[in-house]
Design a protein around this ligand. Sequence first.
Ligand code: AMP
Length: 496
Amino acid sequence: MNLARWLERRAAVSPDAPALYSGTELVARYAAFAAQARAVAGWLEVQGILPGDRVGIFMRNDPAYLVVLYGAWMAGAVVVPINAKLHAREVAHILSDSGAKLTFASPELADALADIPSVSAPGVEFDAILQADPFDGIVHRTPEDLAWLFYTSGTTGRPKGVMITHGMLMAMALSYEVDVDAVSAADTALYAAPMSHGAGLYNIMHVRAGARHVCPQSGGFDPAEVLSLAARHGRVHMFAAPTMVKRLTDHTVATGAGREGLRTVVYGGGPMYVADICAAVDHFGPVFVQIYGQGECPMAITALSRAEVADRNHADWRVRLGSVGRAQAVVEVQVADDEGQPLDAGQVGEIMVRGAPVMPGYWNNSDATAQALQDGWLRTGDMGSLDAAGYLTLHDRSKDLIITGGSNVYPREVEEVLLQHASVSEVSVVGRPHADWGEEVVAFIVGDATDAALDALCLAQIARFKRPKAYLRVNSLPKNNYGKVLKTELRKLLAE
Ligand code: AMP
């Protein structure tokens, strides 16, 4: 089944329900949303786009994003969403690797595309497309047919195109309803993180349920704007990277801003420190749900429910809060050794996952596919351990593990301790080559806590060998476009 059916059905059942907003301004009800998508599909057909052809989307968050997405799906095309912050060379690589026949680009981004065939959206050109003869019907898609090529952010190497099928997205969206949050027509999906990534994938269950979709006018994440839109629209759902959650909390603490209207904040995509999520729950209440996923199994590996995040009376609350939760309904998760053999509870190994939302492979890259998919399991490249109840705790990616004097140090564990200091706002721990020990532990710190105070914190809570041998003060940590700290950059800094 084609995912676009969910839009068609919703438009049939509640045509007058408000659908797309730019900030507080209503730009389309469900009937108009579906009609516009149908016009885009009709126009694509006239351009010679056939089922299975790739269509690029190089747009900032905007209601037109969803119109293009569903239009392309109605015509059976595969979308290739590209983060609006990428460099022209990265964009060119993605478009040529995916073989996109044409690309929808925000007007201010179109220059970066040079001679790549593109249409600007929204804008006059796009308005003309919306007048095209509507596409007749919806192209049939099987669960195995591609819907989305997702170029992984990757902290090293060139991005690879994860093949995401209609079946994977359907499994992800239905699993969301049981593991993360039940969505209703009264809800509002707010897009404060790039729609080319997880935040955009989350439109699907909200379209099915007939919720409102709101793109902030700033086009990005501004805590004041998010809170005012939440107060205005109510029952807001949003996806937020851990750094965004922290900024929301810091903003309310600093300004006393209101907290009304936030219903669900799904966080994930990077480690959330226990101190940060506790502060967030203190300020916003039980609205947070954690998910763990990756492009190769989008948003759908594990979840830590709202109650598990917020219920401090539970005996295991704090330990579980440091985990990423339990396997979502539609997947199996195991932790395995280098040979792929499952490990016992408590042992650290590579996290593997199999089930309906797992990718069939990377686009045109059989070597990378063979490395990632083995014996029916996806090797995530993430390290972790499962406890007896099935809670998964992420350790660091194997390449981030520090081995000092033969002992393993998981940077996350040291970072959690350092963050407890009130004068540390961000921290990242990496290994520095050392003649005797192989590596030594070094902490990059944003904040002005003294070395002595940080040492004292570590000595009180973790083994001596895990304590950083140097604290380096920086104004900010290098991050990629999704807010993930680039440890490779920090290691380069150390090498220099
Ligand atoms: P991406 O494919 O760009 O979405 O990145 C996925 C990676 O982000 C995963 O393989 C993890 O390393 C990391 N990640 C995702 N969710 C979480 C989470 N809840 N906690 C910690 N790291 C996460």
